[in-house]
Design a protein around this ligand. Structure first.
Ligand SMILES: NC(=O)C1=CN([C@@H]2O[C@H](COP(=O)(O)OP(=O)(O)OC[C@H]3O[C@@H](n4cnc5c(N)ncnc54)[C@H](O)[C@@H]3O)[C@@H](O)[C@H]2O)C=CC1
Ligand SMILES: O=C(O)[C@H]1O[C@H](OP(=O)(O)OP(=O)(O)OC[C@H]2O[C@@H](n3ccc(=O)[nH]c3=O)[C@H](O)[C@@H]2O)[C@H](O)[C@@H](O)[C@@H]1O
Length: 438
């Protein structure tokens, strides 16, 4: 099948590459010329594990192409995916200007029947708005609009896309249903269901999934905070409740709050969407409040340790990305921690395996960046861990003892065993577990 993908970010590029991998011909279009040039030269513009192999293979085999011309991209395509940004507007609602702008452009250039698929995360009612934008210039016989939300996670995007738990397709058109069913056939063969539904339900399924997961994490963060008050161990509680199949083991890991380009904006957008329709999502308001505090929950702990004064203190920071295996720093808790520590007068020496360039462009020389994990801890008064990259899981504790000014760790991701830290004589402050005083 011939496919066009508009927008080559995390979702668009993975979508385009994976559809090429299953034998389709895909043209990806982006307005960012620099990005398109990179891709034309065989460079993957984002860090996403395993994407490069598929990317190279499909370019070589002539199934994956790139352009900045919307017209060139869509002229032979039967299906056009919109994988465009839907960032939060000033009031927290999803900004649909990218999607509606492209829909408007498409309405002016489409000449034969096409299925326009919304892959971006959008509020209920967007398919209707996209339809209206297209219909302003185009006969409704020449298109159908489908909502096909994406559930991939950054860092696991390729695997999540190729082996999805489910594919949700929202459409009221039998013709579009057939086209989409054919496209996703390879995934059905892997035993993953395609769930057909109406457009509005599909749109809401996406927000509901992200909001539910964000709520699950936040609930666990509150349990962790309470564990600290009463001397319980959140790891035990997590295992204890996660073993109940009704609750499940995944997405129960407490830490310094959820971040990224999706949970924060999607929870906010669903709450906002609720208000627009006269419904007050009380749970979501609480989730946002708790998460906001959770992102910097480690800072008062650090201040307490240093008796309220961080001036002149050097803090090593391991991890900047909002989670491991990505260079994405959107809404990363590490940035909130950096802001507060800088305000308190601390010096920050940071390391992240993939996200340093992105942070450098925001902070410049306000933060010192080093090229490896162990350089960050030299002469540090404390180490803060903000992202659970594998490389931080098994550090050289002897080297830490030797190189740090004192053996002090504030761990926002619960990477180490508290008993071991006690034996090694570290001050070790983690989330929802006993405080090891060293
Ligand atoms: N990042 C993720 O893991 C996931 C994101 N989503 C949703 O997918 C959508 C896209 O997200 P990302 O891929 O992360 O965004 P992104 O910001 O990484 O990429 C968007 C791309 O669209 C391009 N673009 C902007 N205007 C354009 C135009 N007029 N024509 C062509 N290209 C244009 C940008 O240059 C950029 O390359 C959002 O709605 C997001 O909520 C859904 C599931 C997962
Ligand atoms: O809509 C989206 O963009 C995507 O949002 C999330 O994916 P992603 O943001 O890439 O990353 P997650 O692995 O879900 O992590 C999100 C945040 O939650 C945090 N988290 C996750 C799991 C957990 O147990 N505890 C926890 O604090 C992570 O550290 C991270 O900050 C969803 O998991 C995807 O299904 C969805 O497609």
């Amino acid at each position: 099948m011939k496919i066009a993908v508009v927008g080559t970010g995390y979702v668009g590029l993975v979508t385009g590459t994976c559809f090429a991998e299953t034998g389709n011909h895909v043209v990806c279009v982006d307005i960012d010329e620099n990005k398109v040039n990179k891709m034309k030269n065989g460079v993957v513009p984002i860090y996403e594990p395993h994407l490069d192999v598929l990317f190279e293979r499909n370019i070589k085999q002539g199934r994956l192409e790139f352009t900045t011309s919307l017209n060139d991209a869509i002229k032979d395509a039967k299906i056009i995916f919109l994988a465009l940004p839907t960032p939060p507007d000033e009031d927290g609602s999803a900004d649909l200007s990218y999607i509606l702008g492209v829909a408007d452009d498409l309405g002016k250039i489409i000449t034969d029947y096409k299925v326009i698929v919304d892959k971006s995360t959008v509020p209920v009612g967007t398919a209707d708005k996209v339809t209206a934008a297209l219909a302003a210039n185009l006969s409704t016989d020449l298109f159908d609009v489908v909502s096909n939300p994406e559930f991939l996670r950054e860092g696991y995007a390729v695997d999540d896309f190729l082996k999805p738990d489910r594919v949700v397709i929202g459409t009221s058109s039998e013709k579009a249903k057939k086209v989409m069913g054919d496209l996703y056939k390879p995934y059905v063969r892997q035993g993953n269901p395609i769930i057909f539904m109406d457009e509005k339900s599909a749109e809401l399924t996406k927000y509901a999934a992200n909001s539910f997961l964000a709520t699950k994490i936040t609930f666990m963060n509150e349990i962790a905070n309470f564990c600290e008050k009463v001397g319980a161990d959140v790891d035990m509680v997590r295992i204890g409740i996660g073993s109940d199949s009704r609750i499940g083991k995944r997405f129960l890991f407490p830490g310094i709050g959820y971040g990224g380009s999706c949970f924060p904006k999607d929870v906010q957008a669903l709450a906002k969407s609720g208000k627009e329709f006269g419904y007050d999502f009380q749970i979501l308001d609480s989730v946002m409040d708790v998460n906001e505090k959770q992102k910097t929950i480690i800072v008062p702990k650090i201040k307490d340790f240093f008796k309220g004064d961080l001036k002149g203190k050097t803090i090593a920071l391991w991890g900047l990305a909002f989670k491991p295996d990505t260079d994405d720093i959107r809404e990363a808790p590490a940035l909130y921690i950096i802001n507060e520590l800088l305000e308190e007068g601390a010096t920050i020496v940071a390391f992240d395996p993939e996200a340093m360039e992105n942070v450098k462009s925001k902070y410049g020389d306000k933060v010192t960046f080093v090229e490896d994990r162990d350089s960050a801890i030299v002469n540090a008064d404390a180490l803060v861990i903000a992202t659970e990259w594998q490389v931080f899981r098994n550090p050289d504790f002897d080297l830490m003892a030797e190189k740090m000014n004192q053996k002090v760790i504030f761990d926002g991701r619960n990477l180490y065993d508290t008993q071991e830290m006690k034996e090694l004589g570290f001050y070790y402050n983690s989330i929802g577990r006993i405080l090891v005083r060293g």
